[in-house]
Ligand binder design. Structure first.
Ligand SMILES: NC(=O)c1ccc[n+]([C@@H]2O[C@H](COP(=O)([O-])OP(=O)(O)OC[C@H]3O[C@@H](n4cnc5c(N)ncnc54)[C@H](OP(=O)(O)O)[C@@H]3O)[C@@H](O)[C@H]2O)c1
Length: 501
């Protein structure tokens, strides 16, 4: 997240999982977009790594095709040709250490030919089971050192662990080989402009920060609603569930940016320290509190638009008696001076009626006694809504007088839409993240303490749900707004979810 638009230092981008889905859909198109914006290093090479022989011509064809398929706008042929010409291939399998020695020789060769000076980014676009073995093999092949000040950084995809112990184990395994400042853990939510804008909104404006606290805020709602079902990802999803898949990473990124204290500086260490501190302040609940303050549910047959959807339990690769949740809602408390007594309600789910992501901050009500005797039906609390997707913007809802001689009140809104103010470049959301890694800026990447604090906060819910089995597992119709239990979670506190608009 740098302000300069300089080209980064020479680098080799070593792409593990080069034949995979993520590479085709997001990583390589992001490299194309960076190249089109002249934000790749002058001396830049890609080494496409697979575990089985692929062949250079076949790999170049495959990557070229993926640009044709996944770039949002028609690609410029010259840029494609240039990018693809920078690709060479290597075979490396962590079960065969010799293949990593050969990768080292190949990289030395690339350095000599391309002037990349021993600077390397290893991007692990592979399933998480491959993270630790690959990093260990890189270390054993002496590819993770920083000889003569050369750059060596490793980008890891999500998910980072599936619970607190596994995340801690993975962090420990990585640190046997790498320093923390060489580790770049991706949460692609942080690549979204609107997510980054939460920092600017709060800290580059004098307007919001004075009221950003318990004295003025009633509660915060964070919603990540998806219309998609689990599709062909049944095996992965049934072992994961909505909470693990979305909450400790994406929803907690939003929560921590909203809840954090102002950092001393806008740099990676200061910002990530404050974010980790906010997550660390989430109250660790007892098993009884976990059951009381959470909702989990599965979708059952319904219709989303024109699509007819089956019961979750009938989806491919899902156990017929599965208790995995496709919807999760939590009520969390943040135990610090700023947020004491301000609940944070989080919800996320699949197969819902509308796809949207937003953070809604509800302000306390005005003392309304002066309006006694006036039609107050229209009087609503003020909301500041940070709209992350699909229409990126910010909405402030407040009350205004309805025109006319009688005194009545209606809710109105001021809307800011990104698209109205800024020309945006075609983007996959990975461009800023990749550029930042090339320039060594880890601000938009997750640090070990933040990841572990996130898992620590959700662990009691995972544990309580595991013990409860199917007891308390709700159902909701595919294409609906979610289970009634989620409404009850807020109704109990005299609140309700903001309906999106
Ligand atoms: N696809 C997405 O949209 C998406 C979005 C967000 C995050 N992610 C994350 O990105 C990573 C890659 O996702 P993907 O969908 O591209 O996965 P994928 O297609 O299943 O796998 C990518 C490649 O990884 C290699 N691979 C498989 N197991 C491996 C292992 N144990 N060690 C080393 N390499 C291995 C395979 O290539 P070879 O067998 O030929 O080496 C495969 O082509 C995952 O961690 C995923 O959670 C994906």
């Amino acid at each position: 997240m740098t302000d300069a638009h300089a080209r980064p230092a020479p680098i080799v981008f070593v792409l593990f999982g080069a034949n995979g889905d993520l590479t085709a859909r997001l990583v390589f198109p992001a490299l194309y977009n960076l190249s089109a914006q002249e934000l790749l290093p002058e001396s830049f090479a890609v080494v496409a790594v697979t575990r089985e022989e692929y062949g250079e011509a076949a790999m170049r064809d495959h990557l070229r095709e993926s640009l044709g398929k996944y770039c949002k706008e028609k690609c410029d042929r010259t840029i494609v040709d240039d990018l693809v010409s920078r690709v060479t291939v290597a075979v490396a399998d962590a079960r065969d250490q010799k293949s990593f020695e050969a990768l080292g020789a190949h990289l030395a060769d690339v350095d000599a030919k391309c002037g990349t000076k021993g600077n390397r980014i290893f991007y692990l676009a592979i399933p998480p089971a491959g993270f630790a073995p690959t990093v260990r093999a890189l270390g054993a092949a002496k590819l993770t050192g920083r000889n003569n000040g050369a750059i060596t950084r490793v980008i890891l995809e999500k998910p980072f662990g599936h619970d607190l112990p596994s995340a801690m184990k993975l962090n420990a395994e990585l640190r046997e080989v790498l320093d923390e400042d060489q580790i770049f853990r991706i949460d692609h939510y942080l690549g979204k402009e609107t997510v980054q804008n939460i920092l600017m909104l709060r800290f580059a404006n004098g307007l919001f920060e004075p009221i950003w606290k318990r004295e003025h805020i009633d509660h915060v709602q964070i919603t990540v609603a998806e219309t998609v079902t689990i599709g062909r990802r049944g095996a992965f999803y049934d072992a994961t569930g909505a909470l693990r898949d979305m909450v400790p990473n994406h929803l907690f990124q939003l929560l921590s940016l909203v809840a954090m204290e102002p950092p001393a500086r806008l740099d990676a260490q200061s910002v990530r320290s404050e974010k980790a501190r906010a997550l660390d302040a989430i109250r660790i609940v007892t098993p009884q509190e976990a059951l009381r303050d959470s909702v989990r549910a599965q979708y059952v047959a319904g219709r989303i638009g024109d699509e007819v959807v089956d019961d979750y339990r009938q989806e491919k690769d899902v156990a017929p008696n599965s208790t995995t949740e496709t919807f999760a809602a939590l009520k969390l408390s943040i135990d610090n001076w700023r947020w004491a007594g301000v609940p944070f309600y989080l919800r996320t789910g699949k197969a819902l009626t509308r796809r949207y992501t937003e953070v809604a901050i509800k302000f306390r009500e005005a003392p309304i006694s002066m309006f006694r005797g006036i039609d107050l039906d229209g009087l609503r609390s003020n909301y500041l809504v940070l709209q992350i997707a699909p229409d990126e913007g910010i909405r402030l809802q407040f009350n205004a007088k309805t025109p006319g001689p009688s005194l009545s009140i209606a809710r109105v809104a001021m809307d800011f839409r990104y698209a109205d103010f800024f020309d945006t470049q075609p983007a996959t959301g990975y461009e800023t993240l990749l550029y930042d890694c090339m320039t060594g800026d880890g601000l938009l990447y997750q640090r070990a303490d933040g990841v572990e604090a996130g898992w620590r906060a959700v662990e009691p819910f995972l544990e309580a749900w595991r013990s409860a089995g199917d007891q308390g597992l709700g159902l909701y119709r595919a294409g609906s707004a979610g289970p009634a239990e989620a409404d009850a979670l807020l109704a109990r506190d005299g609140r309700r979810w903001r309906t999106s608009s």
